[in-house]
Design a protein. Structure first.
Length: 97
């Protein structure tokens, strides 16, 4: 039974190198290049979204690539705004490194 208290975030949702047809869900302005699971989880942790990393999962469109996914706590905001916040946070974290 799927969990309804979590939102699934695949790295493809945030990857600026991916086209919209290949799964990107945010504008390139909010999308970092090749985000890792650790970066997504750290950004979600910073935003207090209680991330859970699942490393062995594959994005359905690319079932042969097991890039993993991150589950975050569902909040009272649209999924698209959560993705924008996470993408922007990753870009900000990379600037400060």
């Amino acid at each position: 039974m799927p969990r309804t208290d979590r939102i699934v975030i695949w790295p493809n949702y945030l990857d600026s190198a991916a086209s919209r047809n290949n799964g990107r869900r945010v504008t390139k302005r909010h999308a970092p290049k090749s985000p890792t699971l650790d970066e997504i989880a750290e950004a979600a942790r910073t935003l207090d979204l209680d991330p859970v990393v699942e490393q062995d999962k594959a994005y359905p469109a690319f079932w042969w690539k097991r890039d993993g996914r991150v589950l975050v706590k569902k909040i009272d905001a649209p999924k698209s705004s959560v993705l924008r916040e996470i993408g922007s946070m990753i870009k900000e974290m990379r600037r400060t490194d």
